[in-house]
Design a binder for this molecule. Structure first.
Ligand code: URA
Length: 215
């Protein structure tokens, strides 16, 4: 099977009017920021797809690369590096030269939502892009969902029932498609500051994934 190109929302995607308006406003306030749907980043032949929630204001929405430039990215890119999924040094900017190997990062919702909270309709509207991303990756073996919104949207995208795949930290589900789904609490500043998620907890998920994709 070959890896087919996948569809990204266009820079001027207007499928979610609230998010579109928010981004247009930010384009006026911060013309040097990305302020558009943030495309997936990584290796199209990856065995691992990491699925975040949505771009952060000062992070992905500013830089244009998932998790790049914010707190969550510091933890995520450190784990990615630790478990051999990247080359180069993460420098919190798109021109840091970092490349991913065996991993791809995307978001359940591609545009920055106000207060980091996409509404249900926005999550639903963006889901076809997530599904297309998953289906385009012919070498894929594992999904890592960061947080409940990412998890629930992924389960729904794959046509599965949430009651059969409840969210929690470090759950591992073998899906009917043959993919293995891993979950983690989101590596947000809030979760790490409150110790709901520690670096050890996060890394232990990556350790399992590394073993699985190498097997
Ligand atoms: N940045 C992203 O791109 N996604 C998240 O879920 C959080 C921060």
């Amino acid at each position: 099977m070959t890896t087919k190109p996948f569809a990204e929302p266009s820079r001027d995607c207007a499928l979610c009017p609230r998010l579109r308006e928010f981004l247009l406003d930010l384009r006026e306030k911060h013309p040097d920021w990305h302020n558009a749907p943030v495309p997936s980043f990584g290796d199209p032949k990856a065995k691992l797809l990491i699925i975040g929630l949505a771009p952060g204001m000062q992070g992905a929405n500013r830089t244009g690369r998932p998790f790049t430039g914010d707190w969550a990215g510091d933890l995520l890119y450190a784990a990615i590096n630790e478990y051999g999924f990247s080359k180069g040094t993460y420098g919190a900017e798109v021109d840091d030269g970092l490349t991913l190997h065996g991993a791809m990062i995307t978001n359940a919702v591609r545009c920055l939502p106000p207060q980091n909270k996409p509404v249900g309709a926005e999550i639903n509207t963006c889901r076809p892009f997530l599904l297309d991303q998953i289906e385009s990756m012919s070498s894929l073996k594992a999904l890592l969902c960061l947080g409940k919104i990412s998890h629930d949207s992924t389960v729904r995208a794959l046509g599965l029932k949430l009651k059969d795949y409840p969210f929690g930290h470090h759950k591992i589900y073998d899906l009917p498609s043959g993919l293995r789904l891993y979950t983690s609490y989101h590596c947000s500043r809030y979760n790490t500051n409150t110790k709901r998620l520690t670096e050890e907890m996060f890394n232990s998920v990556f350790k399992d994934i590394r073993k699985f994709v190498d097997a």
